[in-house]
Design a protein around this ligand. Structure first.
Ligand SMILES: [Zn+2]
Length: 217
């Protein structure tokens, strides 16, 4: 497995697209912590906040963002019935692209078992493509990376060693109490990160990504 380390770009602006509050930590929490340590600026766009318990879930987000030092977060508050690949939703996400002007964008991969995650992927791809089409060459998003949550990816081409950050990732996840009371997905993801790490020599825990689009890194 070839490792591609984006070491040439310093102080990157990174936008994480998270279908629900907690997906950003499950899919790339270790990488977020690692990037913040390097000095990158992290923004998270939450597409939904839960139809019924919005206040609780957004409070949990605030705790997580404060704990990790995430620079900015955006709530799109799309309702379950409204989570479609509509022009209105694409434009709402593009507004966040305009505000953040990201160098890198992360979203879950297209084959996730969760239907809303698959819509999130489509929305992100549409927004990414439209945003980049309008940008001057030096202000385009340079990379779009896919993360895994419920369904492990069959193929990936970037491995991030998160061994140093796994405990902090789990601690961040522990703030999403409303979700963990339904399912201990945090433990499943810890197991996945362990599996990904052990498939590579000397890595205890890893998050893997598929680089979907890349202009230069
Ligand atoms: Zn989700």
């Amino acid at each position: 497995m070839k490792r591609i380390m984006p070491s040439k770009v310093i102080l990157r602006k990174i936008l994480i697209i998270s279908p629900h509050p907690d997906d950003e930590i499950l899919g790339c929490g270790g990488t977020i912590i690692k990037s913040i340590e390097k000095g990158d600026k992290i923004s998270v766009a939450y597409l939904t906040s839960g139809d019924i318990n919005q206040n609780i879930r957004e409070k949990e987000v605030l705790t997580v963002c404060k704990y990790l030092g995430i620079n900015s977060h955006y709530f799109l508050r799309l309702q379950r019935k409204g989570l479609t690949v509509s022009l209105e939703n694409i434009k709402a996400l593009m507004e966040i692209f305009e505000k953040v002007k990201p160098d890198l964008v992360y979203v879950n991969h297209e084959l996730d078992a969760d239907y809303e995650h698959r819509i999130a992927y489509q929305l992100a791809m549409q927004s990414y493509w439209r945003f980049n089409s309008d940008q001057a060459p030096n202000s385009k998003v340079i990379g779009l990376l896919l993360y895994e949550i419920h369904t492990p990816m069959e193929k990936y081409n970037l491995v991030e060693d998160i061994s140093k950050y796994i405990n902090k990732k789990m601690k961040a996840m522990s703030f999403y109490k409303s979700q963990l009371s339904k399912s201990r997905i945090d433990l499943a993801i810890k197991g996945l990160n362990r599996y990904r790490g052990r498939m590579h020599e000397n890595i205890h825990y890893a998050e893997v990504f598929q680089i979907k689009k890349l202009t230069s890194l």
